[in-house]
Write a protein that binds this ligand. Structure first.
Ligand SMILES: NC(=O)c1ccc[n+]([C@@H]2O[C@H](COP(=O)([O-])OP(=O)(O)OC[C@H]3O[C@@H](n4cnc5c(N)ncnc54)[C@H](O)[C@@H]3O)[C@@H](O)[C@H]2O)c1
Length: 310
């Protein structure tokens, strides 16, 4: 059993990761500043002797004795990361430096939660890890996209320069319980609108596609990557290669919730990528990983969660 630090552990993905790591008997330290995360997401862990919570901002230094660090701290949805763009890029960059310094000091293995957003609006489809991306450096999404790109650079520089044991994953759209209701991400948006009987908003004409990975599948991939063979750094794509367009998703949500909501169309926001789909051959080969939970099943669990909070 290991001592494991999870930054951003009170957020959507972090809370599922903490729960799984605690269940496996590890000593888990969750670090969060509660910008988008909440104590509610992790409240059932408070009674576990092997779970600790530290209120801390990753832009500041931290020293704790651990074997592994999962660095997830960063707002992930455009509504949240565009609220204070300077803070967002600061969190990605300084958060990465502080976690790498920590890993260097205590000789821990450190995993960076990077993103498919490093591919920007991709000119290559689907996206393999070798693709360098098509990112606007000065747009409204750049604080997040470029912040994550710099974080990747820092990880590889600390690895080359100081031999820090790094792992980098690029997460594609993930969904599940504990997503926040107001973060503007498409799955939570559609479900909340359907449950409230509000109009379901599609931005653009609904033909843009996304691939959706259920959070349990993602967490499995993250843990496999953290414990992968020495010398395998990634970056590795983790996501579901099955593509859905927004109209198909909206119709699925209406059907599964039994909602009477209507679908309406609004203008596509600036720099919104038109398509995204991971190539996951590397994850299959190195981690023997691929998503197993079908969209319908994952949506049912997510809808059940949102019914309890909306
Ligand atoms: N959800 C997705 O589809 C997705 C896709 C790609 C990448 N990711 C990455 O995965 C990670 C987790 O995403 P999520 O969807 O769970 O988002 P989230 O917003 O639910 O979680 C982020 C967590 O980080 C915390 N945080 C933010 N800034 C912080 C700071 N300065 N110091 C300490 N804690 C801070 C928040 O309070 C929150 O608990 C993020 O790094 C995100 O970029 C997520």
């Amino acid at each position: 059993m290991k001592r494991i630090l999870v930054t951003g552990g009170a957020g959507f993905i972090g809370s599922h990761l903490c729960e799984r790591l605690v269940k496996e008997g590890n000593d888990v330290i969750c670090v969060d500043n509660f910008f988008t995360g909440s104590k509610k997401n992790i409240e059932k862990l408070f009674e576990c002797h092997n779970f600790e919570l530290i209120r801390h901002d990753v832009t500041k230094e931290l020293l704790v004795e651990v074997d592994q660090v999962y660095n997830l701290a960063c707002p992930a949805s455009p509504v949240h990361y565009q609220y204070d763009p300077v803070k967002t890029i600061n969190t990605s960059v300084m958060g990465a430096i502080n976690m790498l310094e920590l890993a260097k000091a205590v000789r821990a293995r450190v995993l960076q939660a990077s993103t498919s957003e490093v591919y920007g609006d991709p000119a290559v489809h689907p996206q393999p890890e070798e693709y360098w991306g098509n990112v606007n450096p000065i747009g409204i999404r750049s604080c997040y996209d470029e912040g994550k790109r710099v974080a990747e650079t820092l990880f590889f520089d600390y690895h080359r320069q100081y031999s820090v044991d790094i792992k980098v994953i690029r997460i594609f759209n993930t969904y599940g319980p504990n997503m926040s209701t107001n973060d503007g991400r498409v799955v939570s948006n559609f479900i909340v609108q359907a449950l409230k009987g509000d109009d379901i908003t599609i931005y653009g004409n609904g033909t843009q596609t996304r691939s959706f990975c259920y959070v349990d599948d993602l967490v499995e991939g993250m843990i496999r990557m953290m414990n992968s063979r020495d010398g395998f750094t990634g970056p590795v794509n983790l996501g579901n290669p099955r593509e859905f367009n927004m109209l198909a998703l909206a119709e699925k949500v209406i059907k599964l919730t039994g909602s009477k909501s209507k679908i309406i169309y609004k203008e596509l926001p600036a720099d919104d990528p038109t398509q995204r789909k991971p190539v996951i051959d590397l994850a299959k080969k190195e981690l023997d990983w691929e998503p197993t939970i079908p969209l319908d099943k994952g949506l049912e669990k997510t809808i059940e969660y949102f019914r309890s909070v909306v």
